[in-house]
Design a protein around this ligand. Structure first.
Ligand SMILES: [Zn+2]
Length: 113
């Protein structure tokens, strides 16, 4: 389950920020998940509680924001929505679409104290 290692990275970011930004607890966290990142929101919620237990984000509320995939087509040079990694361009059918959005998971916003 790669959600666990992703969340361990998130926790590390939170701990580093806590020092530089001077907060002690994370009360709510908004995580943006790219539609193409293969992260399952349900698995993420489950892993979140386990990873954040007894940390500065223990019992923090998790808000999941899904970000649709997007790419640039090498055929028609348009920015197009991308539903899966190896899908052709919906505009022209070209198979070389450079993914620009929707691959990553990142911390979008935090509520801290
Ligand atoms: Zn195209």
């Amino acid at each position: 389950m790669h959600e666990l290692s992703l969340l361990e990275d998130v926790l590390q970011i939170l701990e580093e920020n806590a020092e530089s930004q001077g907060y002690r607890r994370v009360k709510r966290i908004w995580l943006e998940i790219g539609q193409l990142s293969c992260v399952e929101p349900e698995a993420l919620r489950f892993a979140f509680d386990a990873v954040m237990k007894d940390t500065l984000a223990d019992r923090a509320a998790l808000e999941i924001v899904e970000q649709p995939g997007q790419g640039e087509c090498a055929g028609c040079h348009r920015t197009v929505p991308v539903e899966s990694l190896y899908a052709p361009c919906p505009q022209c059918g070209h198979y070389e679409v450079q993914i620009t959005e929707g691959m990553a998971m990142r911390v979008k916003q935090l509520e801290v104290e």
